[in-house]
Design a protein around this ligand. Structure first.
Ligand code: COA
Length: 280
């Protein structure tokens, strides 16, 4: 297992295949400083290649997801420091979007407490999101004079129906987990004491799938969104061929065998049993 013990502003825990990447500045409601961004970027890169991590959960310590960018350390203290500012922005955008967007493993945002402003990037960057019913979401930028910048406005506009995106970005009104579920910002809102269990349950479902097929599926769902029909047919056909090559589970043949020959599972009820491919 890789060593994640040196981080100061984040914490990494790995248990039963789940890698918990935790923003860890609870006294600042997990507001994101340049140091936190650098550490998250490093941790996510390492966890992508850590065999002990089969599903990534992004969350916050101390009962809050994140109060967004640190207004002091990320904004005020970097004014007139163009190099440091650029470096901090690059790292912030790298982990919150670039890495999560194409992450090789399934990713879940687990939201408790506040999820504000810049934290919407990692919220939407993750493949799935689960929140406490009483969590507080807020696109607060309009309330204090900046835009939902970096990629926040774009992420929100892509994730939500236009009226919802416009309303919450322009009015800056906060909303709870139930509303976040209603508008499709998250998958599930559950009572606060069930958030972790629900996250582990979803992670378990994801980890029961063939990693190679799941990776290709999430890439396909993300990528076809900006393709037209002809491009989508072509891309999905080629992607479908690609997942049959070098698949450690030999998923296609294993699935067919277990359903057609062994009659040991039904695809509509769950995944085929992993680790049972026939050796040539
Ligand atoms: N940047 C810097 N510091 C922040 C912060 C942020 N985004 N959010 C919270 N903090 C700090 C506070 O300044 C305070 O620090 P202090 O103890 O040194 O005074 C500490 O975290 C606790 O915050 P506080 O406001 O007392 O907690 P609260 O639970 O009453 O309120 C929030 C929590 C999130 C509602 C409130 O802190 C807030 O509105 N933060 C700004 C969120 C924001 O607009 N983020 C957008 C950035 S893109």
């Amino acid at each position: 297992m890789a060593d994640y013990s040196a981080y100061k502003s984040i914490k990494v825990e790995i248990r039963d295949g789940i890698g918990w990447a935790m923003l860890n500045r609870p006294e600042k409601r997990n507001a994101m400083s340049p140091e936190l961004h650098a550490e998250m970027d490093d941790a996510l890169a390492r966890m992508e290649f850590d065999d002990d991590v089969r599903c990534l959960v992004v969350c916050g310590a101390g009962g809050n997801f994140s109060a967004g960018q640190d207004l002091k350390k990320f904004f005020r203290e970097l004014e007139n420091k163009p190099f440091e500012q650029r470096k901090a922005r690059d790292l912030a955008n790298s982990w919150r979007w670039g890495r999560l967007w194409g992450y090789d493993k399934p990713t879940i945002a687990m939201v408790e407490g506040f999820c504000v402003g810049g934290a919407f990037m990692q919220l939407i960057g993750c493949d799935f999101a689960i929140a406490a019913e009483d969590a507080t979401f807020s696109l607060s930028e309009v309330n204090w004079g900046i835009l939902p910048g970096a990629l926040v406005a774009k992420a929100v506009a892509d994730a939500l129906l236009p009226r919802h995106a416009m309303y919450y970005a322009s009015v800056g009104e906060s909303f709870d987990g139930k509303e976040a579920e209603r508008i499709g910002l998250i998958n599930f809102a559950v009572p606060k004491d069930q958030v972790r269990a629900k996250t582990i349950e979803l992670a378990g479902k994801l980890m029961s799938k063939s990693p190679k097929v799941l990776r290709a599926t999430k890439q396909a769902v993300r990528n076809v969104k900006t393709m037209d029909v002809v491009q989508s047919y072509d891309y999905l056909a080629e992607k479908g061929k690609a997942i049959k090559v070098g698949d450690p589970e030999d998923s296609y043949n294993t699935g067919l065998r277990q359903f057609l020959d062994e009659k040991s599972y039904k695809p509509v009820e769950g995944a085929f049993k992993l680790g049972t491919m026939l050796k040539p």
